[in-house]
Design a protein around this ligand. Structure first.
Ligand code: HSE
Length: 292
């Protein structure tokens, strides 16, 4: 039997829609695999009741098929589904690493991105690699059109705040404008480059500034009750930048060291003032999938 762990992730970081991602130190999914003639799946943990065990419908079934590695697969969910924190990517990445080890295939972490992205395609209809890349590689990642990715290690405190609000990825993608003005393009490129430089330097001020996004985030914020108030509360408590995590509903805040607890409390309180229950993870940029 082989067991692997893969972390929650946050995609987009504002200015890097469908391109940027970051691994969080926690929460994480754990996946245990044993060789079998055909794939079977068991799921326990956060939101397990919402996750299908049919291999044709579960991300890890798609990963096992892509790797031609049938197995009995046990998923222990630490990352709640539909959170905007890369729940399916965490399971897909952990399964890919565990199955690769079980069958001694010798793929690199980057070489496993296409197989893990097959899992994403199953749940979202499109094979985005912006969550599976950081779940596999760790750190801050930039994915390209061909699903290849570059990863940078960064030391950066983060808060991920998960409200009890339901946002479907379909709706969140439906509100994204089809086009943008040249002025918005110039602003977005400047912010994305600033964020990348900030990650390379582990500089929360640059990262926070670079999270601003004039196009996708404002459209998606409308789907999250309390977004503006929670963002303002986090910034007042010391966060350097706040944006929607992935397709939402979680919000991600970049923080200077020593400010996470205050930021987390401010975000949860602001959601409560808006009538929404929420929990906050005080986390940081973390490493990618590991065999335990
Ligand atoms: N980049 C994707 C989005 C992540 O924001 O829709 C969720 O699949």
């Amino acid at each position: 039997m082989v067991t692997a762990r893969a972390p929650a992730t946050s995609a987009n970081l504002g200015s890097g829609f469908d391109t940027f991602g970051v691994a969080l130190s926690h929460p994480a999914d754990t996946v245990a695999v044993e060789r079998a003639d055909e794939t079977t799946i068991e799921v326990t943990g956060a939101g397990a009741q919402f996750i299908p065990t049919d291999p044709e419908k579960n991300v890890v079934g798609a990963v096992a098929a892509a790797l031609d590695a049938p197995a009995h697969i046990r998923i222990d969910k630490g990352v709640r589904p539909s959170s905007g924190l890369g729940s399916s990517a965490a399971s897909a990445a952990a399964a890919a690493v565990a199955l690769d080890e079980l069958y001694d295939r010798g793929h690199s972490r980057e070489g496993l991105i296409p197989a893990a992205a097959e899992g994403e395609a199953l749940v979202s209809g499109e094979a985005h690699a912006d969550n599976v890349a950081p779940a596999l590689l760790g750190g801050f990642t930039v994915v390209r059109r061909d699903d290849s990715a570059t990863s940078v290690d960064a030391r950066l405190p983060l808060v991920a705040c998960l409200p009890e609000v339901v946002v479907s990825t379909k709706d969140a993608r439906g509100v994204v404008p089809d086009s943008m003005s040249m002025a918005d393009h110039v602003e977005t490129v400047g912010n994305a480059a600033t964020l990348t430089a900030g990650m390379c330097q582990s500089d929360p001020e640059l990262v926070g500034h670079g999270m601003d996004d004039p196009v996708v985030t404002p459209a998606r914020a409308e789907l999250i009750t309390g977004y503006d108030a929670v963002r303002e509360a986090a910034l007042s408590a010391g966060a350097t930048g706040v944006t929607v995590s992935g397709a939402g509903p979680s919000l991600l805040a970049a923080c200077p060291s020593g400010s996470r607890r205050r930021v987390a409390a401010a975000m949860v309180e602001a959601f409560a003032d808006a009538g929404v229950g929420a929990r906050a993870y005080q986390t940081e940029v973390g490493r990618g999938a590991t065999v335990l």
